[in-house]
Every structure is written in C-alpha cells, then in structure tokens.
Design a protein around this ligand. Sequence first.
Ligand SMILES: Cc1cc2nc3c(=O)[nH]c(=O)nc-3n(C[C@H](O)[C@H](O)[C@H](O)COP(=O)(O)OP(=O)(O)OC[C@H]3O[C@@H](n4cnc5c(N)ncnc54)[C@H](O)[C@@H]3O)c2cc1C
Length: 405
Amino acid sequence: MFSDIQLPRDIYASEEHQMVRETIRQYIKKEILPNRERWEEQGYCDDSAWTSAGELGLLNLSLSEEYGGGGLDFSFSALLIEEAAILGLVAPAISMHSDIVAVYIEQYGSELLKQKYLPDMALGKKIGSLAMTEPGTGSDVQAIKTTAVDKGDHWLLNGSKTFITIGYTSTFAIVACKTRPGTDQEGLSLLIVDANLPGFTKGKPFKKLGLKESDTCELFFEDVQVPKDHIIGEEGMGFIYMMQELPRERMTIAIQSIGVAQGAIDDTIDYVTDRVAFRTPIAGFQNTQFKLAELATQLSVYQAYVDKCVKLLATHELTAEAASMAKLGATELESQVVDECLQLHGGYGYIWEYAIARRYANARVTRIYGGTNEIMKLMISRKLLSRYTAEAKAKRKRRREQKVS
Ligand SMILES: Cc1cc2nc3c(=O)[nH]c(=O)nc-3n(C[C@H](O)[C@H](O)[C@H](O)COP(=O)(O)OP(=O)(O)OC[C@H]3O[C@@H](n4cnc5c(N)ncnc54)[C@H](O)[C@@H]3O)c2cc1C
C-alpha cells in the first residue's frame, strides 16, 4: 500500500488528528456508503448526511468555537478532505460548505451574519453554496452580469448563476454580483441569499460525467429582495475578498486530488495482486510494477509539496502562486494516476461498481473548477515573468510619452 512507503508526515501526527481520521472513516462507512448508489440516481445526497456530519463535529472544523466551529487549525480540515478523498467521498460536499462558504462569513461577515449562519452550518441545519460562475462567464470573474441594486432597505437582485456545487440542496447561497451597475466602478459585492426568498429559483441538478451524488445546478434571481444587511463585508470589496480566499479553495482541491490519487493506487494494488492473466497475478508483470512505482514516486513528491502548502495556509503565509502550483500539479497528477490505474484494471476498470471507474469520472473536473488549470498557469507565469512584464509596461509608457512630445 502507498502508506507503506510514505515519509512520516508530521502535520497529521497528533492524537487529535488520528481522532478526526477515525471519525471520518466511521462516518463514511455508516452514513455514506450504504446510500451512495441511491444518491447517484437522484443526483444529490439526503439532508441527513449533513446533520449526521454536524453531530459528529465534522463541519466547520477550522472555524472558531464561538460560532460552533471546531476551533482547530486548517491542517484538520486538510486531513478530513484527504481522508474523505482516499475513501471516495463525493457528497456531502463538506469542504465547499465548511472551508469555503463558512470561511467567507467568518472572515468578512458582520456579527449578525455570523450569528445567523455559522452555528447552524456547524450542525448541518443550514447548508451554504458559493455562486460566482454565470452562463456567460466563468474564468473572467470581473465580467459577471448579475446585479443587485440598492433600494434603500434591500438589494434588488437579478441574474443567474450556473454550475453551482450544492446549489440545489443548499439553504442559502453567497452570490457574487455588481452593486453599482452601469458606473465605471461596478462594485463587485457578495450577498447572502436565502433559498426561500421569493424570486429565487433553482434548476434541476445537472446530469454530470462524475460527482453524480453531489448536486450541481443553475440558480435564477428575478427581482429578489435581499435584506440590506445580508452583504458580506463592504460593498464593492467582493473581488478582493474572492482573490484572498481563492488560494484556500485551490488548496482544498489540491489536497483532495492527492487523496484520490492515493486511493486509486491502493485500489489498484488490491486489484493487481488478485487478478490473474497468463497464470500470473497482474502484479507479477514488470509493466505493472514499474507503473505503480512511477505513480507512487510522483505522488510522494507532490504530497510533500502540498503538505508544505497546508502548513503555510494554516499560518496564513501561503502565496497565491504556491496555491496555484499545488492545484495545477496535484490535479494533473490525479488525472494521470486515475488513468494509468484504470488501465491496470483492464475492462473492469470501466465498470461503475469498481472504485477506479468512479474515481476516473470524478477526477476530470478538478482541472476545470476552482479556476481552470490554464488560469493557474497564467497566475504562475505572471509572477515568474513579473520583471519582464513591468519592464515591457514601462517601455510602452515611455514610447507613448515620446510620441506625445
Ligand atoms: C462540477 C462543477 C462544479 C462547479 N462548482 C462551482 C461552484 O460551486 N461555484 C461556482 O461559482 N462555479 C462552479 N463551477 C464553475 C467552474 O468554476 C467554471 O466552470 C470554471 O471556472 C471555468 O469557467 P467556464 O466553465 O465558464 O469556462 P471558460 O471560462 O469559458 O473557459 C473555457 C476554456 O477556455 C480557457 N480559458 C479561459 N480564459 C483563458 C485565458 N485567459 N487564457 C487561456 N485559456 C483560457 C479555460 O481554461 C477553458 O479551457 C463548477 C463547475 C463544475 C463543472
């Protein structure tokens, strides 16, 4: 197994970490696996998956105890994400709820919003989604068209969002919108919009290639009156908040990808030691041995990098570029690992009841969401070439000034 050759990982070494690991294992065994096929059919998981996670203390792990959170550092969330990925958990999307949506509220929200949402989120009674992407724009966040006009005592919200994780089952969404439409500075802001507000409707969960038990859907807003105090932080600061939080979101994806890759290697070791061809277990072929050795080596290297980033995120020292590199590298590796591992399963790898088939389908999206891997490359190269870009900009400015004089 991969764990037999892993280096010691001090970030997850404490007894408390082991307790969290054991709790998530038991939770998946008892609450998730018996229901998974039914949830895949219906396209979403039952609310009870959230409340039981809440009862076990698995939600909002790294939020403060004052608001019902676990009061732990980010390494505990990271452990939960990784262990869940190793075991193939897809829904409920705990990380979106706890490590992204709840964090926006705790970091930037008013006391009123923290009190109203966070304790119930920790119990799984309120479920939150994050709605940025629109039918017309994904990568270019600044181009969003959803508007919220100041009407004195409320914001009048109009527009639509798409591809929203847990959009269908969430009880509220954080919605990115323009609060000064038609002006030079259109003011990107974040509003909390409760799902029961008149004018807020949802599409059916999309039928997807993978992540079938986790709902993804469209959200529609038609003259929705959002209470004035449901804005997160300051009006017009939404883009800054999103840029500050994206590294955390990218790390959750990188950690998950590392976990999926580990799970895929372990599944494959089990399979190849069992399956016989030409009167020899598949594990006896040099191709199998070399493939697994290569994949395990690459995974070990990426795991060390991701572990380092987790530590830096826990102490608020992680740069946006390092998070982008973690997301880019880990998700590309994940895709390669699930593909090569599926190949080692032969035809059974293509059959849904085999874990590797699910992993293969689920993994494809990690190179797309949370910012596509092309956008990650843009961010990394921008920093790498910052001196060149600054010099080129200065040159262009000088040329313009010479032309004018
Ligand atoms: C299952 C799933 C869950 C999701 N969950 C959420 C969610 O919870 N909340 C949310 O807000 N969104 C969510 N998304 C949306 C996701 O974040 C977007 O799909 C993603 O950001 C890409 O945007 P897009 O689909 O509009 O693609 P586009 O932006 O249209 O990109 C299309 C292609 O062009 C490339 N491209 C775009 N710009 C550039 C550039 N400047 N240079 C080079 N290449 C470029 C992209 O890399 C991509 O290959 C989810 C998507 C999926 C599939």
